[in-house]
Design a protein around this ligand. Structure first.
Ligand code: NZQ
Ligand code: ZN
Length: 390
């Protein structure tokens, strides 16, 4: 661990099929008015909404509903939520849904009491709220595993008018105060979204793992998480109702992006930067956008990052090195990654998501590019990666 860092994660987690029972205890810590954010209706169909509302009523809470938070939430919807929160003297924002609703809830929490242009300050300029700015507390009841939003301060918002999707990682103050993770709640997630979530988790780990060459505890943690995810994903794709597999996927998702495994590391995140721009153009699930450019990206990163790709092949994919050169070992690791992606049914090209050659200049333009991981890319390189991914 050659880096210097501090570590603090204030989110309290409740995990397991009885975890919703703890909501009552948490609600005691907040005032009477709860803003309930949720998506396009899945929580009503699967009955989770009814369970949560019953608990809120039993605790005497006044519920301010804000439904319709779409997947990949938009700036327009953020503005709407901020207005609702401003009109209703909210004491707690409760997020009921996947990463989109959780991200959105944090975005509203940060923006309600900011008097200036919050989009410009937090997302375009990437600044933090002033030290004294009031922020609303957020609680999360997670219904889909993938983003890690339940234990981090990330908020990804799409400016649909300008076809621009951008994330901002707030400081610790915006991390959910508590998150309830019941793997049973994820059982109704459509297969496509479950697979997208699985690759999102994998890629979060890879984005942090593929940087630096020092002997770093974070990398050993990452390898364990990747192995657990690969095992559980194979089971869950065959039998989505396997509780043990779904619970491992949910727990891995949280640890993949709650800041722990990035400690002491430079990190990469360029697959995510390209993926966000693909998402803005195609509206495809986030994990699919990442999968569609991953092979082209990692083949390119393999040369400058060779020792780490060799380690990935051996420690994550059990590639036997006997008689192989380092390049061949690393290559075999990437082939194993590709085979696993095909096995669980992920798209490996951007065309599968509806992207066309004509969109490539726009996707390139919408990609935030910075030196990261093992490469210092230029916009021309992004264009090449996208062309190779068609
Ligand atoms: O709209 P609803 O009804 O909620 O349906 C959702 C949505 O259509 C559905 N779903 C969720 N739980 C379900 C369910 N359907 C049936 N049963 C359930 N139990 O699944 C669809 C996708 O949900 P969404 O929340 O959009 O997915 P995800 O959790 O992947 O979140 C994606 C968003 O998170 C951002 C992404 O960019 C994207 O905007 N990310 C946030 C990150 C963070 N906070 O750190 C990091 C990630 O890299 C990512 O960028
Ligand atoms: Zn992601």
């Amino acid at each position: 661990m050659l880096g210097n860092f501090s570590y603090h994660n204030p989110t309290k987690l409740y995990f397991g099929d009885e975890s919703l029972n703890y909501l009552k205890d948490e609600l005691k810590n907040y005032g009477p008015v709860v803003m309930l954010n949720y998506g396009s209706g899945s929580v009503k169909k699967n009955g989770i909404y009814d369970q949560v509302v019953a608990i809120l009523r039993e605790c005497g809470k006044q519920i301010v509903e804000n439904p319709g938070v779409m997947s990949n939430p938009t700036l327009e919807k953020l503005n709407e939520g901020v207005e609702i929160a401003r009109r209703n003297s909210i004491d707690l924002i409760l997020s009921l849904g996947g990463g989109s609703v959780c991200d959105y809830s944090k975005a509203v929490a940060a923006s309600v009491f900011y008097e200036g242009d919050y989009w410009d300050r937090f997302w375009l300029k990437q600044q933090q709220p002033e030290p004294g700015q009031r922020l609303l507390p957020v609680g999360c009841i997670l219904t889909m595993a993938g983003t890690g939003s339940e234990m981090n301060a990330g908020t990804v918002i799409t400016d649909a008018k300008n076809t621009f999707k951008v994330g901002h990682v707030f400081d610790d103050r915006l991390m959910p105060r508590f998150s309830i993770l019941n793997p049973k709640f994820t059982m109704t997630v459509p297969a496509e979204q479950m697979k997208a979530g699985i690759y999102d988790i994998m890629n979060h780990i890879m984005e942090q793992y593929f940087s630096d060459f020092d002997d770093n505890t974070s990398d050993y943690l990452s390898e364990g998480l990747m192995r657990s995810l690969i095992t559980a994903s194979r089971i869950a794709v065959k039998n989505p109702q396997d509780y043990e597999a779904r619970s491992n996927i949910m727990w891995t998702a949280t640890w993949a992006l709650n800041t722990l495994i990035g400690l002491g590391k430079k990190e990469d995140w360029m697959v995510h930067m390209i993926g966000h721009s693909i998402g803005a153009w195609t509206h495809a699930p986030h994990g699919y956008c990442l999968a569609s450019v991953s092979m082209a990206y990692y083949r390119r990163a393999m040369k400058p990052g060779l020792p780490k790709f060799v380690r990935f092949a051996k420690n994550v994919w059990d590639i036997r090195p006997d008689g192989l050169t380092d390049e061949q070992i690393a290559q075999a690791g990437l082939e194993a990654l590709k085979d696993w992606m095909l096995e669980i049914g992920l798209p490996l090209t951007i065309s599968q998501l509806g992207a066309t050659a004509q969109m490539i200049p726009g996707i390139t333009q919408g990609t935030i590019v910075y030196p990261a991981g093992y490469m210092d890319l230029k916009p021309e390189d992004i264009t090449e990666i996208l062309k190779e991914s068609l």
